[in-house]
Design a protein around this ligand. Structure first.
Ligand code: HEM
Length: 178
């Protein structure tokens, strides 16, 4: 996983729970917390840090990963404003994640391991994002979508019908824009 994900996690915990909270999470995991955005670190380290954050804050795992996704979207949007065209609707934006945003990320950082999204464009105000990744970070995807909806000032409902955590080989995130 790219260092940027680790630094966003550290930022979120420090902002919301204080520097001491992050320090004790590092002590708990035995990690030194030195992460360079563009470097790659073992996935297992980010999972350990999230697990320790869950224990330290009592926030249920799924809620924590989703909250982190929403927070990370705000950070990505600020660091790459060009990826989030304010003229787009939420749906138009979401349709660019797989074919534009993650493609550009991969050009900038060829060793990034991006998930894959397929799309089912059911109707004008509906969209299903079909997520697959060996990391099974569908709750992170849900949080990033929540962050994007916030940025595009759009109300939506989401149903997570199929899930890789229930044995499916992909997740379906069905979004209805209101
Ligand atoms: C709603 C919008 C987005 C969604 C749903 C999304 C989804 C995801 C997910 C689920 C992952 C975790 C990796 C995995 O599942 O295997 C990921 C990783 C990543 N995404 Fe996105 N993403 C979005 C927007 C963005 C934006 C705007 C950027 C801008 C730079 C970005 C850059 C990255 C990077 C750098 C990683 C880490 C890759 C790695 O560690 O190798 N994403 N994305």
């Amino acid at each position: 996983m790219k260092g940027v994900i680790f630094t966003f996690l550290a930022d979120m915990v420090e902002e919301q729970f204080g520097l001491e909270a992050w320090d004790s999470i590092l002590t708990e995991t035995g990690l030194n917390g030195v992460y360079v955005s563009t470097e790659t670190y073992p996935d297992e380290e980010v999972f350990r840090l999230v697990e320790a954050t869950h224990k330290a804050t009592d926030i249920p795992m799924n809620d924590l990963i989703k909250a982190f996704g929403q927070y990370a979207f705000g950070k990505f949007q600020k660091s790459h404003p060009d990826f989030c065209n304010p003229e787009y609707t939420l749906k138009e934006f979401l349709l660019t994640v797989d074919s534009v945003i993650h493609v550009e990320v991969k050009k900038l950082q060829p060793d990034a391991q991006l998930p894959s999204f397929g799309y089912d464009n059911e109707s004008e105000n509906e969209l299903t994002m079909i997520y697959s990744s060996p990391r099974k970070l569908c709750m992170l995807a849900e949080g990033l979508i929540a962050g994007a909806a916030e940025f595009y000032n759009t109300q939506y409902t989401l149903t997570h019908d199929k899930c890789m955590h229930d044995g499916s080989d992909h997740c379906t995130l069905h979004i209805t824009m209101h």
